[in-house]
Structure formats: C-alpha cells, structure tokens
Design a protein around this ligand. Sequence first.
Ligand SMILES: C[S@@+](CC[C@H](N)C(=O)[O-])C[C@H]1O[C@@H](n2cnc3c(N)ncnc32)[C@H](O)[C@@H]1O
Length: 273
Amino acid sequence: MIFDQSFLDSLIQAVKSSRKYRDLHIPHATLKDILAYESQHSSSRKEFEANFRKSLHNVIAPYLEEINYPAQTAALQELRGQNQSPELLKSWCLDTMRLHASSRERLPYLEAFYQKIFATIGTPDSILDLACALDPLGLPWMNLPPSTNFVAYDIHQPRLDFLQIFFQYFYPQARAIQQDILTTIPDQEADCAFFFKEAHRLEKRRPCSNRELFMGLNVKWLVVSLPSRDLKGHHSLENYHLALIHKAIEGQPWQLTTDIVDDELLFFIRKHD
Ligand SMILES: C[S@@+](CC[C@H](N)C(=O)[O-])C[C@H]1O[C@@H](n2cnc3c(N)ncnc32)[C@H](O)[C@@H]1O
C-alpha cells in the first residue's frame, strides 16, 4: 500500500521521541527502510503500523539490555587510570560482555572461538565487525597485531560511543561507526568481515537481505556465526541455518566451509583471494 508522507513522518517521529528508543538515536535510514518494506506488505494503516513496530522491535529490542553505557564508560576511564595489566583488562571485558546475551553465551569458549577463526583464515590486517554489539570487547582474546585495522559497526549510538572510548584507550587502531549495514553496506576493502549471531534476524527484517549484504561487502573472507540450537536449547538449528547461508551464497563462485565451536556454528565464506 502507498501511505502519505506525513503519516510516514509521524511514525518516524513517534519512534524518535519514544521512551523505548529515543536514547538510541536509531539511524533515519533504518526507520525509512523498515517503513518502505512494511508498506509493501501491509493492507491497511493499522496493519502497517503494527508491522513496523514489530519489525523495529525485532531489530532492536531483544538487545535492549540494562546496560548503563555512561556508567560503563566512567568505569573504563577508571580502569585506564589503574595499573594496566592485560589480566585486569581481560577481567573487565569479561564482566562487561556478561551484560549482553550474545557475548555472554560465548564466554565459556571465547578463546577457542577466535582461535578457530584465525586458524582458518590466517591473521587478517583488517576486520569489519558487522552488527558488533559488545563483540569488540573480545579483542584481548583475538591476539591480533596492534596494527590491525578494526572497524565496528552497529546502529545503537550509546553502545558505539562507549566502544569508541574503549578503542581510544586500548586499541587506537580501531573505530566504532554508526551505520545500518543493510541500508549502507560497508564498501571498504578488508581482509575479513565478522557477522556474528545476526544473519537470521536480518533475514527476518527483509528476505534476501543476507545475499544483498554478502554481495556488497568488499572482503576476502566473510565469517558468519549462528546459534546451533534454539534459545531453550531444545532444537537443533543447524540445518535451518545452513539453508539460510546456502540461499545467501547460491550461484556465487565463493567457497563455503563450516565449523562449530561449542554451540556456535561458523560459516567461512571465501569471496576472493
Ligand atoms: C545479536 S546482537 C549481535 C551480537 C554480536 N555480533 C555478537 O555476536 O556478539 C545484534 C546487534 O546488531 C545490531 N544491529 C542490528 N541490525 C543492524 C544493522 N542493520 N546494522 C548495524 N547493526 C545492526 C544491534 O544494534 C545489536 O547491537
């Protein structure tokens, strides 16, 4: 259905001023993109509004965890003032990663996770961490040379502000960028892109979006991870997620290898040499 611009603007405005979302400063492009997709898949205003809210909630809200980013940033400043031992930094990163579901689940096998990745793709000079959440706090376990160019993308501005301070203090070569990786696919050349635990949600936001993203990325390696089980741990998702990746790379001359670390599936997509 086609809706008038003033109605679309009022929906965007309502999100930007809502208590749930206003502090996140969600990119305008994200809201416009979800509206555009949902307008084509709704047959009434009421249905459109409901679909828009549901889609936005699925993109953002499962991760509206109770992290106080200004307080975390203050803690970071304190940490920097202390004796900067690698052990202290690691222990602080572990405590912070525990606050976000995706990184918390990975903690029991964090070291093995990055070891497996770099044993497969080698040591990259440049990494794009797409839809990163708190994954960059895993940098102390990645054991990368200080010269590694690391760019982290997310749409959650307070999280990115916090990550940027973390980078400034401990990984000056890294940067945090607010960018919707679907509406503005990062086109900078890099050795690899990480895309952890988000491909299944991106596909729900808009079918075939992973294919679009994978094609647009200018990287040698794309490393995608997805959970091997459902949230309750009752059902295997291996075949379902393998099918999602096959659909995204179908017909492309890329090589796919798969692996698993604990209950996180890994898909290594070699786009070019
Ligand atoms: C499941 S978490 C990702 C977890 C992280 N990659 C990890 O494995 O630790 C989802 C994150 O993706 C971000 N996100 C969702 N859609 C995005 C998009 N289109 N562009 C950039 N970031 C996005 C959310 O803000 C949230 O921080």
